[in-house]
Design a protein around this ligand. Sequence first.
Ligand code: MN
Ligand code: MN
Length: 464
Amino acid sequence: MAKKSEGAKLAEKLTFEFPNIAKASPKDMKDAEKFCKGYMAFLDEGKTERECTAAAERILKKAGYTVFDPQAQYQAGDRIYYINRGKNIILTTIGQKPLTEGVKFNIAHIDSPRLDLKPNPLYEQDELAYFKTHYYGGIRKYQWGVTPLSMHGVVMLKNGKKVEISIGEKEDDPKFVISDLLPHLSAKQNERPLKEGLRGEELNIIIGSLPYQDEEVKEPFKLMALKLLNDRYGITEQDFFRAEIEMVPAVKACDIGLDRSMIGAYGQDDRVCAYTALMAAIDVKKPKHTTVTVFTEKEEVGSPGNTGMEGRSLEHLMEDLCDCFGVKPRDVYRRSMCLSSDVNAAYDPTFADVYEKRNSCFLNHGPVLTKYTGARGKNGSNDASAEFMYEVIRCMEEENVFWQIGELGKVDEGGGGTIAVFMGDMDVDTVDLGVPVLAMHSPFEITAKLDVYYTYKAFKAFYK
Ligand code: MN
Ligand code: MN
């Protein structure tokens, strides 16, 4: 081989490019494959924030975690968890160092864009029974027509009994669907702007087409649907007023590509970071700093309320934990570090013009470290400091973790936010780190297995 030129040597020394893991370390595919089996099962088990919390609790109990008791004495290595209103789970491993040296937070969200039932959802029209929906989070409405949907949620009966609903996930379960026009009759609809391809009030879900057999009944199709729900769950029409019911894609997680290198599934934003964070927390048994892993929700609507990160529930729990050790929360926060673990938009060659390629993340290049989010002039963003970027990058490099840097898209193309800003507000150094996703917020999102696996490795490196 010819000797390298001076310029080539200098370029090697001074310039940098993030490698494709599949090229740099193809042997990792086997471990990634194995890791992702558990992830895909987790996705299928938890299609809502409540189901996801329950799935995490089941895994944690198996790993020996116990419920947090504010009156108890804890010591290094103790593993505890806390559930907030059935929708958030917070797990902690007590570190070797005192809390006042800071804790390591890793926060992912387990809510995903979906169609919620309206409070008064059931109706019939022209001999079909329907549910009225109100979409939750940022969806492109036209993507939700003619795709099989399943029904999940809880209903509080008048007598105070809680009923859990799940229809459409089992092999022989019926599914539900929103209809769309045939091309032969869609000339007028085709003229609509894409964002109105299907309008909010057109996201009506077909749930039945058979009438209750009785000439005297005014709305026999609606009654038939109600009767079937009543047979299965004991619910009546007024029980919908005391319910939270979410309609989500009925599709199961599956391999994508001839090489099976990718995963297609609903709700990977952000359950991919939740699962990887959970596994990292479980696998780091003796962390130096106390680790606090949080599954939050309401992120897709701006994180408000008592189960979202803008709310106080994590602060209150941290106060309880600090009381156990007789320390002040503020002394803990100001020395703490947080990964806001959330997905970013993977570069999509088909729609290349919305991305700025030099600052985009790519499938198979590992988790993406996103210094800031926001829109336009970094509006509403948490912008991580150089010092904190140093810390997080150092953790990953020390453990030979592949990772990449990235922004969401072109500067004026759009924007988005994560929970990072709320942790920043709590006086905690925070940065976004997560998995690149194609077709984010669609009913069927795509990730690469190597990225999922290396996100887990990055989280482990951070917690070590
Ligand atoms: Mn997200
Ligand atoms: Mn999202």
